[in-house]
Design a protein around this ligand. Structure first.
Ligand SMILES: Cc1cc2nc3c(=O)[nH]c(=O)nc-3n(C[C@H](O)[C@H](O)[C@H](O)COP(=O)(O)O)c2cc1C
Length: 332
């Protein structure tokens, strides 16, 4: 587990969800400027992509992103074990297995949520991953899939996977319909059931259960923890409004150091962009994470338009100029 400067282990009270095409290393860097303690997750990476592709391109990240978990997808225990060995070279704090993605392509590869129907296999994957790593191996899953959606089924799933070595379950608190709903609607249509996650915690008090799904802000995350759960994971709201995490270190980790202002965060992110751009990273993938910072600010729409106009220009000076209203107003 990751430690802070004093070497104290800390828990996953608050985390930002893994999101494909969202939580890349630039967004994670931006979040880290806002909260030093919130746990971060990579986008899902398949074991096959790691073993047959370019691990550096998929897993490289800045040391400051810690505590950081890598999320893997797959169902071949041996391949997942090899993928864990590759991932460990990059310095992660947790290995997470995706058992929640309902996308047809992921299902077709025998990965993601459809594995809920094969708890034994998930257990074999977890055991193989634990055998090659001393990092915590965690599982992110749903309440059920298709006709496998009663509490007894969920309990059998948890027991089987826990027996294989997983102590921490991140539960997206709704089932997934693999037949008939696309991934986007699978994040909204099946109803949320937080009580079911609390019931899991009551049934297995020694395991950790982290609530995910529909949490809009830190107040909701705090309620989840107050209800006895071991942590809260925020996805879409954290991407849409990353500044909503600004009080996380104080609320969840009792830190009382002064947090940077929005202007300071933006300024530091622009320094990151400058460094990366000089090393050949195009601006677009880095700029796209900025507009969420302006949600709720007056003039947000104009700022977004200015950023859009800068994406193709390639000039950091004109980008700074475009963002001057935030950089100067906040610093004043
Ligand atoms: C664009 C997008 C990409 C996602 N990619 C992943 C992923 O790679 N791995 C994963 O476990 N969940 C993924 N999810 C699901 C989120 O991690 C989370 O479980 C879901 O959005 C519910 O949480 P929320 O209501 O806080 O957003 C993704 C969600 C979105 C919106």
């Amino acid at each position: 587990m990751s430690s802070n400067a004093a070497g104290v282990l800390h828990r996953r009270w608050l985390s930002v969800a893994p999101m494909l095409n969202r939580t890349d290393r630039h967004f994670r860097y931006l979040v880290r400027l806002i909260s030093r303690r919130t746990w971060l997750y990579t986008e899902m990476v398949t074991a096959q992509a790691l073993l047959h592709g370019n691990p550096s391109r998929l897993l490289s990240h800045a040391g400051v992103e810690a505590p950081l978990a890598v999320q893997l997808a797959g169902s071949d225990p041996a391949a997942l074990a090899r993928a864990v060995i590759v991932a460990m070279e990059f310095g992660f704090d947790e290995i997470n297995l995706n058992v929640g993605c309902p996308s047809p392509q992921v299902s077709a590869g025998r990965m993601g949520a459809r594995l809920m129907a094969e708890p034994q296999l998930v257990g074999e994957c977890v055991a193989a991953m634990c055998a090659v790593s001393n990092l915590p191996v965690t599982v992110k899953t749903r309440l059920g899939i298709d006709e496998y959606d009663d509490f007894e089924f969920l309990c059998r799933f948890v027991e089987t996977v826990a027996a294989a070595g997983c102590r921490t379950f991140i539960i997206h608190a709704r089932k997934a319909w693999l037949k008939g709903l696309d991934p986007k609607r699978n994040r909204t249509v099946p109803p949320l059931d937080y009580a079911c996650v609390r019931a899991l915690k009551a049934a297995y008090p020694r395991l950790e259960f982290i609530l995910n799904g529909g949490l809009q802000d830190l107040a909701m995350a705090r309620e989840a923890i107050a209800s006895g759960l071991d942590g809260a994971m925020i996805g879409r709201a954290a991407y849409a409004r990353p500044w909503c995490l600004a009080a996380a270190d104080r609320i969840f980790y009792g830190e009382h150091v002064a947090m940077p202002s929005l202007a300071e965060v933006l300024d530091a992110y622009l320094v990151h962009i400058g460094r990366e751009h000089a090393a050949g990273t195009p601006l677009g993938p880095m700029l796209r994470h900025i507009p969420g910072l302006f949600t709720g600010l007056s003039g947000a729409r104009a700022l977004r338009a200015r950023i859009g106009a800068q994406a193709g220009s390639g000039s950091l000076d004109s980008l700074r100029e475009a963002l001057a209203p935030v950089l100067n107003a906040q610093a004043a």
